[in-house]
Design a protein. Structure first.
Length: 247
């Protein structure tokens, strides 16, 4: 059992937040001691994690209460929805990264871009299509919250993350001649994994799943082919080696 002080420190929130969640009926303590202290057990910790995940997706407290009080609310299903919403955000960020790289080449007069390509990631019709597709597969509430949060990011943040991603993929291309199992390629995978932490912290199997998506999803593959026709396949091969080495 954890006290309010210990749980607030563990979760990185204020004690006042825990008191507030109790007051509004969102997170009740597991028990209250004879001294009046609130104590939280394992089930409360999992519930608090759900609250914080929903807050990360910018859902207001009232909306979180509605979701978590539904009779069919189940933590594993909620976690899957969180993961899928984050994955959709990664898809969008990858499209931004690819556009940034192509624009750099365009400015350096190494590869021409037309006007449509310059603004492809920001096209509202295309974004609506991706969001509709995601809502059909995943929890619409989570997808909409994720889209809203993305819209709130500053241009400077998008540019910084995009430029870092650009460097990650350029490094992959540079080491293709050395082979997927080379130390240089494996370092690229590690840097790529660290870059993913801006959006999501994937385990090894999820990394491999993302690398497979780069090859199996035609939209992803087309974007990677613009950088280098061998890039998507090389990333998958390098990630496969990386995962096997860590098994």
């Amino acid at each position: 059992m954890l006290t309010v002080k210990k749980l607030s420190k563990l979760a990185g929130i204020t004690s006042r937040a825990l008191h507030y969640y109790d007051e509004v009926g969102l997170l009740k303590p597991t028990q209250i001691g004879s001294n009046g202290y609130r104590y939280y057990g394992d089930e409360s910790l999992l519930r608090l994690q759900q609250i914080l995940l929903y807050r990360e997706l910018d859902l207001p407290i009232d909306e979180i209460k509605k979701i978590m009080k539904k009779p069919d609310f189940e933590i594993l299903s909620a976690l899957e929805s969180h993961k899928n919403a984050i994955s959709q955000r990664i898809v969008h960020m990858q499209r931004l990264i690819n556009t940034v790289e192509q624009t750099i080449l365009h400015i350096k007069e190494k590869k021409a871009m037309n006007n449509k390509q310059l603004f492809e990631p920001f096209n509202e019709a295309q974004q609506a299509e991706y969001q509709k597709e995601a809502e059909q597969k995943y929890d619409p509430t989570i997808v909409k919250a994720s889209a809203k949060k993305w819209q709130g990011y500053s241009a400077a943040e998008k540019q910084r993350i995009g430029e870092e991603g650009d460097a990650v993929y350029r490094n992959f291309v540079a080491v293709i001649p050395k082979g997927a199992a080379s130390p240089e390629a494996q370092l690229c995978v590690e840097r790529w994994r660290q870059h993913m932490s801006y959006f999501w912290t994937p385990n090894e199997q999820q990394l491999l799943g993302l690398a497979n998506t780069y090859n199996d999803d035609e939209r992803f593959k087309a974007n990677f082919d613009k950088i280098d026709p061998n890039l998507a396949a090389f990333v998958r091969e390098a990630v496969t080696v990386y995962v096997a080495n860590r098994a």
